[in-house]
Design a protein around this ligand. Structure first.
Ligand code: COI
Length: 357
């Protein structure tokens, strides 16, 4: 039962911030002083608590560990100045989390708990938001089954957490992608559109194989025909072909990325030709051969706008001689990060500012 004060708050007696280098935090390795925790039992979510970040006790029988009934989100907080921290499109993250929860049979979390919980954590841990441009405080809300039973059934108990982590770049350099004919990420009717743990677990072995061959990630193709490009798993994918921005259409198998959506909105706002459609890997490779493939980049909250240096398919490669983003990727990166860091107008109302006293 949620009472009229949204959160019970217990503050950390001492901050751990002095032990962390916010200029070079890596990715997902350090965690800010507080976290939100909420239990689901007896058919309802209980009063959420904000408390010091720390380990949780679990039984080895915990069903989430065995059957992956688990969903998560990723969003970031951006340092503007000593009194303002910006959040970017958290409403979209909430909506996606609600859809992921529904697909994974996890009881819906109230919007206020999700959004106000993030804001309250930012107010408490605002000093953990790195000031260095490009670094941010990554926010990871997640929910998972919490029954102490190894039975593959919809759980009766759950936990919802929000933890935050100062981060730098997810990819330090342009990425090399390869397709695979052997493995798939998602099938129609499956869980590809949900941000659920199993999608990431399933991608690890193919990604490891790709790494052995010198690539950073797999560029996933559709599961039925192994023909159409889908996404990268850690990010969505964009091609610039003959001046047109093309990205695979969402067909239930692709994660509907917030950065993906922002790029499409910006392109439309700028009257830049943009197409969301099926795009075959043959079309991409042919455009490369014809010198019409001008740029390839990935887009995601963690990756932001990540340049692609190589697309490899069926023994052939299209390569780009780059050490950073191309002009189109850079234009989107700058527009999005300028809005996020409060350096540019926000015509889309994407920003929620958190004021620090
Ligand atoms: C994100 O972009 O926020 C993600 O969750 C992707 C993950 C690979 C870090």
């Amino acid at each position: 039962m949620i009472t009229d004060t949204l959160f019970d708050i217990t503050k950390a007696s001492e901050s751990r911030i002095a032990d962390v280098d916010l200029d070079a935090p890596g990715f997902g390795r350090e965690f800010a002083d507080h976290m939100l925790e909420m239990e689901y039992r007896d058919g309802q979510w209980q009063q959420p608590e904000i408390k010091p970040f720390g380990s949780i006790e679990i039984t080895p029988a915990l069903n989430a560990l065995h059957y992956a009934q688990s969903v998560f989100e990723g969003t970031k907080a951006y340092y503007v100045d000593g009194s303002t921290i910006n959040l970017f499109r958290v409403q979209k993250n909430y909506e996606r989390m609600a859809r992921s929860c529904e697909r994974m049979c996890i009881p819906t979390i109230e919007k206020d708990i999700f959004i106000e919980g993030i804001k309250e954590l930012i107010r408490l841990d605002h000093q953990w938001v790195p000031e260095k441009e490009g670094n941010t405080l990554y926010i990871r809300p997640f929910a998972c089954a919490f029954d102490p039973i190894i039975s593959a059934r919809v759980a009766e108990q759950y936990r919802f957490y929000i933890i935050t982590s100062p981060v730098g770049s997810y990819y330090e350099r342009p990425v090399k992608l390869t397709t695979t004919q052997q493995y798939v990420r998602a099938v129609k009717g499956g869980v590809g559109a949900a941000k659920t743990a199993g999608n990431y677990a399933a991608s690890l072995y193919p990604a490891q194989q790709a790494k052995k061959e010198g690539f950073d990630q797999v560029l996933w193709l559709d599961a039925e025909e192994h023909t159409y490009v889908e996404e990268v798993g850690t990010m969505n994918i964009f091609f610039v072909i003959d001046g047109v921005l093309v990205t695979p259409s969402l067909r239930g198998t692709i994660l509907p990325g917030v950065t993906r959506d922002s790029i499409i909105e910006l392109a439309k706002h700028w009257d830049m030709p943009v197409e969301e459609r099926r795009i075959s890997i043959e079309e991409v490779m042919q455009a490369g051969k014809d010198d019409k493939l001008e740029e390839v980049f990935g887009a995601g909250t963690a990756a932001v706008v990540a340049p692609v240096e190589e697309v490899h398919h069926d023994g052939q490669s299209v390569t780009f001689d780059i050490d950073g983003r191309g002009p189109v990727g850079q234009k989107f990166y700058k527009a999005i990060t300028d809005i996020q860091y409060g350096k540019a107008e926000d015509p889309f109302d994407w920003i929620a500012s958190v004021k620090i006293d």
